[in-house]
Design a protein around this ligand. Structure first.
Ligand code: NAD
Length: 313
């Protein structure tokens, strides 16, 4: 079997087109341009690249985008003061503080300072709790992207066995909730899990989000499994070139899986696209308009799906 690649780049492009359309409708019918503020502390090269990508794509879909680059010496109080100002700024609908933060800043205190209605990363405990309780919430972008990718290749998730490897607050835990809500039987694995290969072999869908290059081997997979690789790891290839690789041994896994996401070009683009979608959702719900919840269905024909969608201003 040779797995079909799930093209996250192309699917994210469709989602961004839909978000751009929604922004245009909001502008035209409600005179609202959703605003996204991205805050970067320090000069971590990977974080700088992520922030640049997020800002560029936000502008491309028509969002108002503001970037705040603070020195790594910034105090926690100064950062909290900026967040408070952004909370009060009516033109800002989404606030994202790029992680990781320098060690002298309390990450949880910063995340809790963000107005939950503007928490487009979905990391505020208020949104985490609402998601767990099955209430409408701003959910984290990467898990939303993973569920969207899965739904492009399997329409009915009811009863499927899924293993999510990794249980971080930003990926594994919220993803397990979303997949459980979608009807899957979810096994959550982490570093301490015993018999990981055996658990994987039982799964219809394997999601790897451990941050461990090549962890999931081909022989761990049930033939025909769907494999979603969230991991982003730097590895040096045989020619000495540094490459990005996932948590899945891609070549081996491709021989057993039915569908597989590549790294790069799989989950990563979806994460950024959902940040834009969450910003529009925040803009809509903060103004008491109706929340768009059916983006998961955007599977190639966004124009026809979007027909008839209108918001009451
Ligand atoms: P994290 O370090 O916070 O959590 C890792 C989790 O994986 C932990 O629960 C840990 O117990 C588990 N784990 C680690 N090694 C394991 C092993 N050998 N076996 C089983 N479980 C193991 O990481 P994170 O922030 O959740 O990120 C995970 C990976 O996903 C990283 O590579 C990160 O770069 C990547 N990531 C990608 C995106 C994207 O948009 N593609 C977004 C977020 C994170």
């Amino acid at each position: 079997m040779n797995a079909i690649r799930i093209d996250g780049k192309a699917i994210a492009e469709i989602l961004r087109a839909r978000v751009a359309w929604e922004v245009a409708v909001l502008q035209e019918e409600c005179d609202v341009t959703p605003g996204l503020a991205v805050v970067l502390v320090g000069k971590d090269p990977a974080s700088s690249v992520y922030v640049k990508t997020k800002t560029r794509q936000a502008e491309a879909v028509g969002l108002k985008s503001q970037q705040y680059v603070l020195p790594s010496s910034v105090t926690e109080t100064e950062l909290l003061t900026l967040i408070e100002a952004l909370n009060l700024d009516e033109s800002i609908d989404g606030i994202l503080v790029q992680l990781p933060l320098p060690g002298h800043i309390d990450r949880l205190r910063v995340l809790e300072a963000i107005d939950p209605a503007k928490d487009v990363d979905g990391f505020h405990p208020y949104n985490v709790g609402r998601l767990a309780a099955g209430c409408p919430a701003l959910a984290p972008c990467t898990p939303l992207g993973v569920v969207h990718l899965i739904k492009t290749v399997v329409s009915d998730l009811n009863g499927l066995d899924v293993i999510v490897i990794g249980r971080s607050n930003i990926v594994g835990k919220p993803l397990a909730i979303l997949l459980g809500d979608a009807g899957c039987t979810v096994t959550g694995a982490q570093l301490q899990t015993r018999n990981l290969p055996e658990l994987c072999r039982r799964a219809d869908i394997v999601v790897a989000a451990a941050g461990c290059a090549g962890l999931v081997r081909g022989e761990w997979l049930k033939p025909g499994a769907i494999v979603i690789d969230v991991g982003i790891n730097r590895a040096i290839d045989s020619t000495g070139v540094t490459k990005l690789v996932g948590d899945v041994a891609f070549a081996e896994a491709s021989k057993r899986a039915s569908y597989i996401t590549p790294v790069p070009g799989g989950v990563g683009p979806m994460t950024v696209a959902y940040l834009l979608a969450n910003t529009v959702n925040a803009a809509i719900s903060r103004r008491g308009l109706s929340l768009v919840t059916d983006r998961d269905a955007a599977s190639g024909q966004p124009a026809s799906e979007m027909r008839g969608v209108r918001w009451i201003c």
